[in-house]
Design a protein around this ligand. Structure first.
Ligand SMILES: [Zn+2]
Length: 215
């Protein structure tokens, strides 16, 4: 979702719009969205996002059992960290674009534009962020089976409209919530790069864009 601030987000829970709570843990965000009848979760953070998620639900006088569904922008490990527990202990349905369902099953098996294995050496400023993500469970995310039934242009739960935004992953979706004039953009729009400790808008692509001038 586009937000009013750029830079490293602090851990915690913030109401960022009417009926929308942003949960931030180790530079990952997820969103609780309340509609007339339901509470939805958009993206699922890291495993240790769990306590903030339950706190946010408690503030809504709810529990994980009250979540009607999780909608995923995409299947990267830092967006699916609490799914295993939500599904196993609370039977919450999980929905994603079909092209990202294999990624939700295997959250570390993803294509990327370039290897980040040496990033900590090239960008040591990112090391504290990577450490925070690791402490929040980033290396222990379990894949789950999700319903690969979200389609761009077909409204889904809560009146959310999936919008095709492939590039970061093959099946990346944004979600438009028209009644509150909001777009949840997932990683199609990144405002902080934890690997470089770098602020500013950028995109991470699964494939490099075509070389300029190529015919
Ligand atoms: Zn991602």
């Amino acid at each position: 979702m586009t937000g009013p601030q750029l830079g490293r987000p602090r851990d915690g829970i913030r109401e960022v719009a009417d009926g929308v709570m942003m949960i931030t843990r180790a530079v990952t965000n997820s969103y609780l969205v309340t509609t007339d009848d339901d509470i939805l979760l958009i993206d699922a953070g890291l495993p240790r996002s769990w306590s903030l998620l339950t706190h946010a639900l408690t503030a809504l006088r709810a529990t994980p059992d009250d979540l009607v569904s999780v909608l995923l922008t995409h299947g990267h490990f830092d967006h699916v960290g609490t799914l295993d527990r939500l599904q196993r202990e609370h039977h919450v349905p999980i929905h994603v674009h079909p092209a990202d369902a294999p990624l939700v099953r295997h959250p570390y098996r993803y294509d990327r534009e370039s290897s980040r294995g040496l990033y900590p050496l090239a960008h040591p400023g990112g090391i504290p962020n990577l450490a925070r993500m690791t402490f929040a469970g980033a290396l222990g995310v379990r894949g789950v089976e999700a319903h690969g039934d979200l389609r761009a242009g077909e409204p889904t739960l809560g009146g959310l409209l999936p919008v095709a935004t492939p590039g970061h992953t093959y099946g990346h979706l944004a979600f438009h919530l028209a009644d509150r004039d909001l777009v949840f953009s997932g990683d199609a729009l990144v405002t902080f790069d934890p690997t470089r400790d770098d602020r500013g808008r950028r995109s991470w692509l699964v494939r490099p864009p075509p070389t300029a001038g190529r015919r």
